[in-house]
Design a protein around this ligand. Sequence first.
Ligand SMILES: [Zn+2]
Length: 283
Amino acid sequence: MAIFTIDIGGTKCAVGVGDAGSITDLVSWPTEIGGPQHTLDKVTQQFNAFINNGHTFQAVGVCFGGPVNYATNTVYTSVHKAGWDEFNFGTWSNTQLGLPIAIDNDANIGALAEYHFGGYENPESLLYVTISTGIGAGLVINGSLLHGFRNSAGELGHIRITDEPLECQCGRLGCFERVCSGAWLERTHGRPAEVLLAEDAFLSTYAENLARGFADAVLLYNPEVIVIGGGISNAGPRLLERVRITLKKELGSWAHLMPRIEISTLGPSGVHLGAMELARGLL
Ligand SMILES: [Zn+2]
């Protein structure tokens, strides 16, 4: 029997069938403006279509693009669209799908996916950093996610990396996300991140800023592997090469803590692999 995987993001939603370590039948659609009802109807409709096609499911795994309480299967708040605050996926799954469900945020799900399917040969610890509109991070240590007391471990996007008084959306000054996220790059420099990062000089400065954020994470967690995901990772090997150099420099006398750094290669099925792994924990 398989796992029904659901990804609810700011720009797109998708469902899939997770079985035997891979994802099949991936179906995606743009996230609609408005409340969650349209999205949930579409998810239920697709679930029934999978059942009609002969799939059988044991559990459901959900990747949600915002803060969630994984212990109660509830959304804390959603920054990308209205109507999801306090939404309880557990109750919904009981009545609509009749299956046990597990939910986590996209950074944690991404970290689980990389840890189990990224090809890093069972690392002691892996930090996944997703850099797109914002910056989020998830840490897996010996196979387990670090959630923190309020499910907010890994809010790497809001550590301070500069003394410049740049105000972040969260109200703090000089946040990593304020300096390095895709949305802020475009807002600050007037051009999309992919255009900016195509210039070598810009890329070098950007890699130095990234290294400041990563260095704090390395000193806090000492991860064996750091994987970069999200839209910024499209800058590819050029970015990776610069970050490896700048992080080592930034770490200074702590350079022996230098982790392996890679760019995610899991593609669109990545979060579904993570959601599958999360739900397997219920069985
Ligand atoms: Zn912030």
